[in-house]
Design a protein around this ligand. Structure first.
Ligand code: CA
Length: 249
């Protein structure tokens, strides 16, 4: 089945390049050149992938990305940019983009990245439809309740709104209580990036997650910092043991 791709890019050459080559890999590409058009099409139609230029004549591609991330349904986003500074990459991923391609890019890399994103979102959609047919599966830690099928979280019976990535991160931790993950491992296992340079993204997501689920984000109960290594989730065998109580008292 053809994948519907919306491209928001003001440079005609790049639009042509993307349209041609993603057509080769079974994508039906709709291309527009302004934020205004992009936002209108995001709101009025359904898409399998959104490809956004960073600098558009009437605004910033990141604004469209933010808009998309506020909606409940998950739409994969890939950012394109002429600048390749680390800050831009981090900003793109922090805003909720799934991947990032710096111009100039090779056609092979474009196709490979798009295929990888679509593969991941297919796997996610399959898992989600399978999950719906199974009975509810929940994880509970202290007052924190994670409903895996509904992708919903409650703290002391109060619903907590998490973004898709914050939920994935929390679920990954909660499935492995006590296990220490480095930032690179979390990027690999939660974001699906194996390359270096995005570690800052992990920190900022963890800070936002803590602000939502921790009563005292500076003294986290659930997501703990392991200095010089990374992070781990609350584990009653470690955190509530008499030895630990003695150690911290
Ligand atoms: Ca541009």
């Amino acid at each position: 089945m053809q994948k519907r791709v919306l491209l928001v890019e003001d440079e005609p050459e790049i639009r042509h390049l993307v349209e041609t080559h993603l057509g080769d890999v079974g994508c039906d590409v709709t291309a527009v050149g302004t934020c205004r058009h992009g936002e209108a099409l995001v709101a009025s139609d359904t898409w399998d992938l959104l490809i956004l230029d960073l600098m558009l004549p009437d605004g910033d591609g990141l604004d469209i990305c933010r808009l998309v991330r506020q909606s409940e349904s998950y739409l994969p986003v890939m950012m394109l940019t002429a600048r390749s500074a680390e800050d831009d990459r981090v900003l793109g991923l922090d805003t909720g983009a799934d991947d990032y391609l710096a111009k100039p890019f090779s056609v092979l890399e474009l196709k490979a990245r798009v295929r990888a994103i679509l593969r991941r979102s297919d796997a996610y959609a399959n898992a989600a439809s399978e999950a719906e047919s199974r009975p509810a599966e929940q994880l509970a830690h202290e007052g924190l309740l994670i409903d895996i099928n509904r992708r919903a979280v409650e703290l002391d019976d109060i619903p907590i709104q998490l973004t898709a990535k914050e939920f994935d991160l929390l679920l990954h931790f909660a499935r492995h209580p006590g296990r220490v993950f480095s930032r690179a491992e979390l990027l690999d296992q939660v974001w699906g990036y194996s390359h270096e340079g995005y570690e800052h993204t992990v920190n900022s997501h963890i800070n936002r997650l803590r602000a939502k689920i921790e009563k005292q984000p500076t003294e986290p109960r659930f997501v703990k910092t392991v200095w010089g290594v990374g992070y781990r989730f609350f584990d009653p065998r470690i955190d509530d043991s008499p030895a630990h109580a003695r150690a911290v008292s």
